[in-house]
Each structure stands twice: as C-alpha cells, then as structure tokens.
Design a protein around this ligand. Structure first.
Ligand SMILES: *Cc1c(COP(=O)(O)O)cnc(C)c1O
Length: 402
C-alpha cells in the first residue's frame, strides 16, 4: 500500500525527535519533552486534510471505531446496522460495546445502500455503522435521508477511506463520529494507529476521556485530573504518532498519484467487454487506494481469478472467497464462538447470522475483483497490468461464448 511504499527520512526524523527526549507518552511531562507533541501534531495534520473540528489519535482503527460508537451513546442492547462486507473490526466493535449487529445489504458502491438500511430498520434500531470500503465512499445523499428520516445515529468506519470525500465533505464527518485506521495496510500507516474525528465537541470530549481511563486531561498533573466517565486504555504512543504524522503529510501526493493510475487503468479496461467497475458516489473524492473491477457474474469472476493466478497476475483480492472481509468467511460470528460471554449471548441475536438473506451483497461481492494501487507504479506498469487483465478476462469470456 502507498504509505508503506514511501517510508523514509521524514518518518525517521519524527521518530528521532521522540527518541531524543525519551518521552514516549502523549500526555504531560512538559519539561522533559523539548516541545515534541507528536500525537497532537498528528491530530492537527488530520484536521488540516479533512476539515474536522476535532481529531483524536488512538491505538488502532478498531479502538477508534469502538470509541466512536461508545462516545455516540451506543451501548448494550442497541441494534446497529452494519455491512456484511467490511473488515471484521466493525462488527467486533459493535459486539464488544454490548450492541447487536444487524447486517444489511450493500450495493455497487461496495457500501451499505439506503435501500438496504431501510429494510433492516426495526423499532430497536439505534444507529448505522456505515463503512466506506476500498478507498471510496457510500452514496451519502440517499443515506443521510434515511438516517435523518428515521432519527438514527450515524457512525462512520472510514478505516479504509481516510482522505476520501463526498461532495466536499470528508468521510467520517457526516454523522456523530467517524474513524480512520493507520495500520500497516492503509493509505498511510503509523505501524498501528487510528484516529477518531467529529465536529461535535461533546462527542470528542467523551472519546478523549473514554480512551484514556476516564482522565479529563485538564491540568498538568495526571494524578490530580478529574474522571467524568469510566474508560479504558486505547492510547497511541508518541512513537506511533510520529510515524503517523510523517505518513499523513504524504497523503495528498499519494492520493493524486493513485487517482492518475486508477484513471488510466479504468480507461484501458473499460474497452474490454465484460468488465465494469464499482460505483464511485463522488469520483472527485475517491482516495483511489483500490481499483475495483466487476465481472458479469460470480462464475465469470471466479474463472478470471483462476486465469490470473495461473498467468502470474498478482496484487489483487477476491473478497468473496479468499479474504477476511466478507461474511462468507466469518464462521466465528455465525456460530458465535467467544472466549467469554458477550451481552448478545444473554440478550439474543436480532438476526440468525447463519442464515442471512443478502442476495444483492452476495451478487456484488461475487463479481468483484480489487487491485491495490501502488504509488510507485510507472505508466508502463499500469499499461502492462491492464493488458494482462484484459488477456485473462478475454480468455474467460471467449470460452463462455464459444
Ligand atoms: C483496517 C480497518 C479497520 C481496523 O483498523 P486497525 O487499525 O487494523 O484496528 C476497521 N475498519 C475497516 C473498514 C478497516 O479496513
């Protein structure tokens, strides 16, 4: 992924700053830290790119989405609508705050659709945890309409969509709170890290307190702080924040390059019969970390995957069968295998997770093949890849029509 491709002097400089003082903790120790505040700088960089009023760096995208849900007032027994195509962290976050995931249909945006959300609403629905998948964004106008009409809380898991926007508003900022991930596989990495964003001061303050054992971070003496709420430790270290800061500064350039590569791939492959693309709700706002192509049906997609594997094409994901991002691979939730009892096991599941009926989602993910876009590709690399993909698709579709 782009962030990891560019690890270099800038990252080392920020890490050196932290190592030079030895203050690896993000709070306090003012006299020792030589004015280095990497977590705060990281947060400011995120605010600069997204326009968020508040940003709070944390230990991971998973803890950031869990905190976003909790700080938005979602808890035990609340039904939360989630997509069946996401990184599992979204569903885990809902379960571990005591809430009850309700799976709804996605569409060709690869995100929950307004129609899917509408059908999944029950009298117990409290919130929608919308996930912006594969670097792009959900169709926000239609989704906001459903959310507002039904007075639902919107929380956005933008783990894969930092720096993506829809009609000028950045992902994570449509609802009460949102989260980005800076793990090793995202557009920018902190090693491990996540950032919660919100425009709501109350939600931000709750998140700040919740993610650090209830400390309110007022005053210079940690032991003397007030504790408005219970919390836990979801803090980021200064070392991770230092890397996240240097990497985040690279994101505008990464996004520009990604978009150029994606545009060329799309142009070249749109001429191949049988290939179409995922729907991008606002192409202008795409972070373009993934190139998402769709085949006419699941069988064709699987044959193309086979063809690409045997002809040595690399760098793609077939989520339907091979990846941990799709409900078909989540046996542990279907069988509710837990190391210790969760609230859902006492309250009861709102859906039979073993027998979900999500035909649209199955069809969309069955047809989807995604390529991670690489910053360091040359124009020639892109042309060669497009050519290889076209050969594989053509050989499959010709067999079918012959
Ligand atoms: C990566 C990711 C997460 C989890 O982030 P971590 O930093 O690995 O905990 C959550 N949601 C989505 C959609 C992701 O892609």
């Amino acid at each position: 992924m782009p962030g990891t491709e560019l690890f270099g002097a800038e990252e080392r400089k920020e890490i050196e700053d932290v190592l030079s003082t030895g203050v690896l903790f993000r709070y306090n120790h003012d006299a020792l830290r030589n004015n280095h505040w990497k977590a705060k700088d990281f947060e400011n960089e995120i605010k600069k790119i997204t326009g968020a009023k508040f940003a709070h760096a944390m230990s991971s995208g998973s803890t950031a989405i869990a905190t976003a849900l909790a700080a938005s007032g979602i808890g035990t027994g609340d039904e939360v609508i989630v997509p069946p195509f996401t990184f599992m962290a979204t569903v885990e976050a809902v379960l571990f705050i005591g809430a009850l995931p309700v799976f709804a249909e996605i569409d060709e945006t690869l995100c929950l659709s307004a129609e899917g959300i509408t059908k999944a609403i029950t009298p117990k629905t409290k919130a929608v945890c919308l996930v912006h998948m594969c670097g792009a964004m959900a169709d926000m106008d239609s989704i906001m309409k459903v959310v507002n009409e039904n007075k639902l809380i919107l929380v956005e898991d933008a783990g894969q969509a930092f720096a993506a926007s829809y009609k000028g508003t950045y992902t994570g900022l449509f609802g009460k709170a949102g989260s980005y991930s800076f793990d090793f596989f995202k557009i920018a990495t902190a090693g491990e890290g996540g950032v919660l964003v919100t425009n709501d001061e109350t939600t931000y303050k709750k998140a700040d307190v919740y993610s650090d054992h209830g400390h309110d971070h007022i005053g210079a003496v940690r032991g003397m702080e007030q504790h408005p709420y219970l919390g836990f430790n979801y803090r980021i270290s200064e070392l991770h924040a230092a890397v996240g800061l240097a990497q985040t500064r690279r994101v505008p350039a990464i996004k520009e390059k990604n978009k150029k590569h994606k545009k060329l791939l799309t142009e070249l492959l749109s001429q191949v019969p049988g290939i179409s693309f995922s729907k991008i709700a606002d192409p202008e706002g795409d972070s373009a970390t993934f190139f998402n192509m769709m085949l006419p049906d699941t069988a064709t997609a699987q044959n193309v995957v086979g063809e690409m594997k045997s002809s040595g094409v690399v760098g793609f994901d077939y989520w339907y069968k091979n990846m941990y991002h799709f409900i078909n691979q989540w046996d542990h939730i279907k069988e509710m295998r837990t190391v210790s009892k969760l609230p859902i096991q006492i309250i009861g599941s709102p859906q039979d997770y073993k027998n979900l009926n999500l035909p649209k989602t199955q069809e969309v993910i069955g047809r989807l093949i995604s390529f991670g876009i690489k910053y360091k590709w040359t124009e020639d690399d892109v042309k060669q890849l497009a050519n290889k993909i076209a050969i594989c698709v053509n050989s499959v579709t010709k067999k079918v029509t012959a």
